[in-house]
Design a protein around this ligand. Structure first.
Ligand code: AMP
Length: 378
């Protein structure tokens, strides 16, 4: 199947080609026609499977097919995401696919941690708003935005958006939206909250569960090391040096730890920086930018960026510390092995964590060869 077969507005096709997309991915093949028809959709597909374009393309198509009225702070499409980094990434895809359209379509990204005034000013004429929930509510409370004409709502990383952490904010946002609207929910991991809440949120949805292990999951090679806490730092440095890793994303379970690990690497002559929720937004944006461009070799991160963040052909992920939830493990290792490129995810496990680790592997339905780091010299 080609993108031409999806019967899209012809002006979008050159933009898709310019992104290098030759044919739709499985989720795109199935989700785009459903979303174009205006149906509600729950799309469950692995990380890196092309979910973003699955909602960006139908939204643009919809806006092009219906003449746009005067937009005065009343967006027609609202995309909610859990992190600022993901918001920027989704906004980039909207921008790339909105080039040279017969009528200009304006998208705007808003998130917290930066000044609100420019966002308020930029709200005029916006068709598509990409937002994190807290800042969206701030803008609404300042009367900078009117959500009463939203026709399509997208929840990216839907399970995260609907879990307890966002519950209050999301309820407030739902109350501001028109009851009659299209809801598009996407997630790589389906949780109990999601199955409960989709009854409230979705109307007669099409549920797409794309299981394509051959396409994505198999591209992520997994390996693991049993290692004590005090040997993790030396093992990390040993792996980076001996395997000549040029770009590696390391996950820790707290911001403090991320800073410590990055600092230790830096002191040992390895370019590293850290990213987590306690850093300023400008420091977060800079750290991710430097890492993506290859300026910094190692980025030590918390689960803040385990969701949805796309780093082109990232070859290595290292779990310096295990996440508590198997779902976070799936998202972390899913930063590599994306878009048809292989990757290696290495996990450090202490002996005390053996049981927890087995639970994670069982949930993932994967097996992992483990190396005892005591047998290694470094
Ligand atoms: P996503 O799951 O939306 O984050 O996309 C994962 C990666 O796949 C991104 O790097 C996209 O640019 C890329 N991608 C998305 N759709 C396609 C496609 N149809 N063909 C090739 N690459 C794609």
């Amino acid at each position: 199947m080609s993108f031409e077969d999806l019967k899209l507005h012809p002006s979008i096709l050159p933009n898709i080609a310019a992104l290098g997309y030759e044919s739709p991915t499985p989720i795109q093949m199935q989700a785009i026609p459903v979303a174009i028809k205006g149906r509600d959709l729950l799309g469950i597909a692995k990380t890196g499977s092309g979910k973003t374009a699955s909602f960006v393309i139908p939204i643009l198509n919809q806006l092009l097919s219906n003449p746009l009225g005067e937009r005065n702070r009343k967006p027609e499409a609202l995309v909610l995401v859990p992190t600022r980094e993901l918001a920027l990434q989704v906004a980039d895809v909207f921008k790339a696919l909105s080039q040279n359209l017969p009528q200009p379509i304006q998208s705007l990204v808003v998130y917290g941690g930066v000044s609100i005034n420019p966002q308020m000013k930029a709200m005029y004429g916006v068709n598509i708003l990409i937002a994190t929930p807290g800042r969206l509510l701030d803008l609404q409370r300042s009367n900078a935005i009117d959500l009463s004409e939203v026709k399509t709502l997208v929840l990216d990383e839907a399970d995260k958006m609907l879990n307890l952490g966002f519950k209050k904010e999301m309820q407030e946002i739902f109350d501001l939206l028109p009851k009659k609207r299209q809801n598009l929910l996407f997630s790589a991991t389906l949780s109990e909250q999601l199955s409960g809440l989709n009854n409230v949120l979705l109307t007669d949805p099409v549920v797409l569960e794309i299981d394509s292990p051959a396409e994505t999951e198999e591209l992520i090679n997994l390996s693991g090391y049993f290692v004590s806490d005090d040997r993790k730092g030396p093992l990390l440095r040993h792996l980076i040096k001996s395997q000549k890793m040029k770009q590696v994303l390391v996950f820790t379970s707290s911001g403090n730890k991320a800073d410590k690990v990055a600092w230790k690497l830096y002191k040992n002559g390895i370019d590293a920086s850290s990213i987590h929720g306690k850093k300023s937004q400008s420091a977060r944006t800079q750290a991710l930018k430097d890492f993506k461009s290859g300026k910094v070799k190692v980025l030590v991160a918390t689960d803040l960026i385990s969701r949805g963040i796309d780093i082109n052909e990232l070859p290595y992920v290292i779990n310096y510390e295990l996440p508590r939830s198997p779902k976070d493990f799936v998202h972390r290792v899913g930063r590599t092995g994306r878009a048809k490129t292989e990757g290696l995810a290495i996990t450090f496990v202490t002996r005390e964590e053996t049981h927890h680790f087995k639970v994670i592997l069982k949930k993932m339905k994967r097996y992992m060869d483990m190396v005892d780091s005591e047998t290694l010299e470094f």
